[in-house]
Design a protein around this ligand. Structure first.
Ligand SMILES: [Zn+2]
Length: 435
């Protein structure tokens, strides 16, 4: 039996206090007040000292791109899982824009088997495509995808532009209990845009993407969600109008949920600086008013979850002209520390952070969540004070593309446990040891 001893256990709505967590055969067998000075029971074979640390249900990143199959030079499922483990994530949900697209059971099964073969131990819960080949014309095989282990459907990377197809997707997905994750973007409004439409784009002479390109699609999808009653999840919310639309929809009882990514609450379009492609993302980094609205949305629960939208790219796709550069940030290894900065700035509580990075993704995707006796021992131990410097070159992810390189951050996962097995251990300060 393993015991994680003396950490501050934060499981929102359930536990917040100093506890020992006992684990046996992959499951939590007891959560108890610390046995003050008492000798360990002989059944305890390993003790993990967690005093001064925060112990949470395993973090779940519900929006990542692992690039395999098809783009293994950007990331493999193995390297993505390693990055996830080091970032404190016990489970990740890869989006289907691979080659071939994950629009059928075989691709889904391949992803899961590659994860198992990697030996890292992080759970990989694929997201299937909404449309065949993500072409927005015919629906993918939801039944087969669900059967193979898909936890949601999405054409992420592309919007579903056809209103009727999106309606049918919601109706069909509802029957399988699959949430529909929407990449909200009106293609004609965003076309040709390389960054947010605003002062910065004008200064740089780059074509801009207006907030309305996101907002209009968010509002359409909310309307279709009301029509169908299906579970709708809005991916990577970046614009204040989207936050407002989701808040109002939730007030009406519409079953919509939403996520944002750390770059949207940390940065604005000023981060593009002088054509820095590390800050090129889709949707684009927005204005300060948008950044603040995203923070407010996270604080009041309008935005349910934080996901990294981990989008690794090779150097050759980023070290090109801004217009031509690929969109995305390699985010798995900085997501937690950036999110913890919201706690330090008193914008959200630690409990809200755990909700956004673990319980909400579990709830949205219908997974077991929280720290339950009898439940799987998926646990993250966080040192909230550990100061460290981002060094993209040393990322476990093959993607070194990040605007946060060389940032001084505070807070890091020091232990990641999946099903009772330690998949990452870096308790020694600064050790950053991985497996
Ligand atoms: Zn994405």
């Amino acid at each position: 039996m393993v015991v994680i001893r003396g950490g501050r256990v934060v499981d929102p709505g359930h536990l917040d206090g100093i506890y020992d967590i006992y684990i046996s055969e992959g499951r939590i067998v007891d959560i108890a007040a610390p046995s003050a000075g008492a000798a360990s029971s002989p059944a305890v074979t390993e003790e993990i000292q967690a005093a001064g640390k925060i112990v949470t249900p395993g973090l779940i990143d519900m929006h990542v791109h692992l690039r395999e199959p098809g783009y293994e030079y950007k990331e493999t499922i193995a390297t993505g899982c390693l990055a996830a483990a080091c970032g404190g994530f016990t489970a990740v949900c890869p989006m289907p824009n691979t080659e071939p697209v994950n629009d059928r059971a075989e691709v889904c099964r391949f992803m899961i088997s590659q994860a198992a073969a990697s030996g890292v131990g992080v759970r990989v819960l694929p997201i299937g495509a909404i449309s065949r080949d993500q072409e927005g014309k015919d629906l993918a095989e939801f039944a087969g995808l669900k059967e193979a282990g898909a936890v949601a459907v999405s054409d992420d990377g592309k919007p579903v532009s056809d209103d009727l197809l999106m309606r049918r997707a919601m109706e069909y997905a509802k029957g399988f209990g699959l949430p529909v994750i929407s990449h909200c973007e009106v293609v004609s409004l965003a076309a040709g845009g390389a960054m947010n439409e605003g002062l910065a784009s004008t200064r740089l002479g780059l074509a801009g993407i207006p907030n309305a390109a996101e907002r209009i699609m968010v509002e359409r999808d909310i309307a279709l969600c009301e029509l169908t009653g299906a579970a709708l999840h809005i991916a990577h919310v970046s614009a204040r109008e989207s936050v407002r639309a989701i808040r109002e929809a939730k007030k009406r009882g519409v079953p919509v949920t939403a996520e944002t990514a750390p770059h949207f609450f940390m940065l604005t379009d000023e981060a593009v600086g002088e054509y820095d492609t590390a800050a090129k993302v889709n949707p684009p980094l927005r204005s300060e008013a948008d950044r603040e609205a995203v923070c407010e949305g996270l604080a009041d629960g309008t935005i349910d979850a934080i996901a990294s939208d981990h989008a690794p790219h090779s150097v050759m796709e980023k070290e090109v002209e801004f217009d031509l550069a690929a969109n995305g940030i390699s985010g798995l290894e900085t997501s937690l520390a950036l999110s913890l900065s919201l706690v330090r700035r008193n914008l959200i509580s630690i409990s809200r952070l755990v909700e956004a990075m673990s319980l909400a993704p579990a709830r949205i995707l219908g997974l077991p969540g929280g720290l339950a006796v009898g439940g799987p021992a998926d646990i993250t131990v966080i040192d909230p004070d550990m100061a460290w410097r981002v060094d993209a070159a040393s990322f476990r992810s093959l993607g070194k593309n990040t605007p946060f390189d060389r940032w001084e951050l505070q807070g890091k996962a020091v232990l990641t446990m999946v099903g009772g097995r330690v998949v990452y251990y870096g308790l020694a300060p600064g050790a950053g040891r991985c497996r």
